[in-house]
Design a protein around this ligand. Structure first.
Ligand code: NDP
Length: 234
C-alpha cells in the first residue's frame, strides 16, 4: 500500500535518508525544505517549522498532491550549543521552538486527518542526549526530552483511533549537524558507544519505516534508541 508520508527536514541528513527509504518502498513522500531546491525525485514543500502558517500551508500542499498525511516523520531539528552560563536565552528558545514546538506544529496540522481516517503513524526524531545529557546542550537535551513526554501523552490520546506515536532516538550520526565535532570529541563519543563508531543516516531510516508499518501496530509511546549502544537506560 502506498501511503502519504511527510518528512520534515527531509532535504538532507537523517531526514533525507528516511524520505528515500519510504520512497524506495513505494510510498508517496513529501519532504520539507527551507531554502534552495528540494532533493531530486522527491516532492518538496517549502516550510519553516517555527512558523505555524508555513507548516499549515505545507501540509495543505501535501494533502492536494498526495492526499492527507498518513505517516508523519517530525525530523527537522537544530542546535545552538554553548555552556549554559554563556547561552543566550534566544539560543535556548530557538532550539525549543524548532525541535519541540516545530514537532508539535506539524503534528497539530496532520493529526485531524489521521484521527478521521482511524489510522496514522507519528514518529518524532529525538536524541539519546534527551536522557543522557551532555555539556553544552542544555537547550537541545531539554527539547528532545520534552518530545518524549509529548509523544507519550499524545499516544494515549490517539490510541483509541489507531494512531501510534513513537520517538526514535539516534546516537551520533554523521551529518552536517555533527560535522564540526573535534576529532577528540568524536573519539570520546565512539569510546562510550558499544559499537565504537558513529552511525549513518541510512541506519536510522529502517527503524522509522518499521514504526510506520502495519507490523508495528502494537507499538506506541516507545522511545527507541538507534545509537550503536550509546545512551542506554531509559
Ligand atoms: P542536519 O543538520 O543535517 O539537518 C537538519 C534538518 O532540519 C535540515 O533538513 C534542516 O532544513 C531542518 N530544519 C532545521 N531547522 C528547521 C526549521 N526551522 N524549519 C524547517 N526545517 C528545519 O541534521 P541531522 O540530519 O543530523 O538531524 C535530523 C534530526 O535528527 C534532528 O532532529 C536532530 O536533532 C536529530 N538527531 C541527529 C543526530 C546526529 O548525530 N546527527 C543525533 C540525534 C538526533 P534546512 O536544510 O532547510 O536547514
Amino acid at each position: 500500500m502506498s501511503r502519504s508520508v511527510l518528512v520534515t527536514g527531509g532535504n538532507r541528513g537523517i531526514g533525507l535518508a528516511i524520505a528515500r527509504a519510504f520512497a524506495d518502498a513505494g510510498d508517496k513522500v513529501a519532504v520539507t525544505y527551507r531554502s534552495g531546491e528540494p532533493p531530486e525525485g522527491l516532492f518538496g514543500v517549502r516550510c519553516d517549522v517555527t512558523d505555524s502558517a508555513s507548516v499549515e500551508a505545507a501540509v495543505d500542499e501535501v494533502r492536494v498532491q498526495h492526499g492527507p498525511v498518513q505517516v508523519l516523520v517530525a525530523n527537522a531539528g537544530t542546535t545552538r550549543d554553548n555552556l549554559f552560563m554563556a547561552m543566550k536565552e534566544q539560543d535556548f528558545a530557538t532550539v525549543v521552538d524548532t525541535n519541540l514546538l516545530g514537532a508539535m506544529r506539524v503534528a497539530k496540522a496532520t493529526v485531524t486527518d489521521m484521527v478521521k481516517a482511524r489510522w496514522g503513524r507519528i514518529i518524532f526524531i529525538g536524541s539519546t542526549t534527551a536522557f543522557w545529557g551532555s555539556p553544552g546542550v542544555t537547550n537541545y537535551a531539554a527539547s528532545k526530552a520534552a518530545l518524549v513526554g509529548f509523544a507519550r501523552s499524545l499516544a494515549w490520546e490517539l490510541g483509541p483511533r489507531k494512531v501510534t506515536v513513537n520517538v526514535v532516538m539516534p546516537g551520533l550520526i554523521e551529518t552536517d549537524m555533527v560535522a564540526g565535532l573535534s576529532a577528540e570529541h568524536r573519539a570520546y563519543l565512539h569510546s562510550i558507544t558499544a559499537l565504537r563508531r558513529s552511525g549513518r543516516p541510512e541506519e536510522v531510516a529502517p527503524a522509522v519505516r518499521f514504526l510506520a508499518s502495519d507490523e508495528a501496530s502494537f507499538i506506541t509511546g516507545a522511545a527507541i534508541p538507534i545509537s550503536g549502544g550509546s545512551g542506554l537506560g531509559h
